[in-house]
Design a protein around this ligand. Structure first.
Ligand SMILES: Cc1ncc(COP(=O)(O)O)c(C=O)c1O
Length: 311
């Protein structure tokens, strides 16, 4: 394969069997490895789409500064795209995010503004909105309300899954902005209305790696409840446990929200006698090494994650 730009590497990620984790021999489980994107996560897809959409409608001009609230992956994806396209980037993130995230953003040249740690990602959203209100020159793409976010998955991730796995019965993914579930869900249901779309979210008030509970007071404008067949809750402990099992039993080194998604996929597989479940692993494990998720006692990892935002 030969490419002219690193941005051409975004998307077309592999789907790989993780059947060792299936509770029934007749149910196959496949995982889409979004950590293979050049910025390391599924968010590269939406970063590129949101920038292109803003360029096309004239909101973004050469030399502009983009402002975005993000606890990590979207910021990193935008930092990569901004660097390649000649924009500056300012990312607002909670003060207690893990060291790897800040380092990556700074390496790519983004400016990081910290929001109060106790307010989580909702606090980062509020601070970014107030900074944008004070400085109209800043261009906020706002992944939570930007139609290019679900569109990137409707036009990219969804068709890739259908191409590689037309026998999919159930799609399971973590819910953050809901862009992945909305875009893939709409595409798959258009192809086969019987495909079930299942969201995995953390319990209200508990942090899981880039995921949010809709009960925590902010419902992303891109979210459409009609596309979801079910919601499952994954606690931080379960997410870390299944992230470990993914490595131990399938050799896949993925981030902690991938563990939550796999936990959800296995729950769905338990209720089936035969068929195919597809899940999406948003990123690789690299940014989570300092959480101790693969190395330390589970109780220690879970306690540490209540203080430091690793995901
Ligand atoms: C690590 C990780 N997992 C899952 C998600 C959820 O994806 P989406 O925003 O498409 O719902 C995100 C994004 O917020 C994320 O960063």
């Amino acid at each position: 394969m030969r490419y002219e730009s690193v941005l051409d590497l975004i998307g077309d990620t592999p789907l790989v069997g993780i059947h060792a984790l299936s509770p029934h021999p007749g149910v196959r489980i496949y995982a889409k490895l979004e950590g293979q994107n050049p910025g390391g996560s599924s968010k590269d897809r939406i970063a590129l789409r949101m920038v292109e959409a803003a360029e096309n409608d004239g909101r973004l001009r050469p030399g502009d500064t983009i402002l975005e609230p993000s606890s990590g992956n979207t910021g990193i994806g935008l930092a990569l795209v901004a660097r390649m396209r000649g924009y500056r980037l300012r990312v607002v993130m909670p003060e207690n995010v893990s060291v790897e995230r800040r380092q990556l953003l700074e390496i790519f040249g983004a400016e990081v503004t910290l929001s109060p740690p106790e307010e989580g990602s909702n606090g980062a959203i509020r601070l970014a909105e107030s900074i944008a209100a004070d400085d109209p020159a800043l261009v906020m793409l706002f992944q939570y309300g930007n139609a290019a976010n679900p569109l990137a998955h409707y036009e990219g991730t969804g068709p890739e899954i259908w191409r590689d796995c037309p026998d999919v019965d159930c799609f399971v993914a973590g819910l953050g902005t809901s862009g992945t579930l909305m875009g893939v869900g709409r595409y798959l249901k258009e192809r086969n209305p019987a495909v079930r779309i299942v969201a995995v979210e953390p319990p209200s008030g508990e942090l899981v790696q880039g995921l949010r509970s809709l009960d925590d007071g902010f419902v992303p404008p891109v979210f459409d409840p009609a596309l979801l067949d079910r919601k499952l809750i994954a606690r931080p402990r379960e997410s870390v446990e299944w992230t470990r099992r993914l490595l131990d039993e399938c050799g896949i080194f993925a981030g902690i929200s991938s563990g939550a998604a796999v936990y959800g996929a296995v729950r769905m597989a338990e209720q089936m006698e035969s068929g195919t479940v597809v899940t999406l692993l948003p990123d690789g494990g690299w940014k989570y090494l300092s959480s101790g998720a693969w190395t330390d006692d589970l109780d220690v990892v879970v306690e540490r994650a209540t203080r430091i935002n690793y995901w």
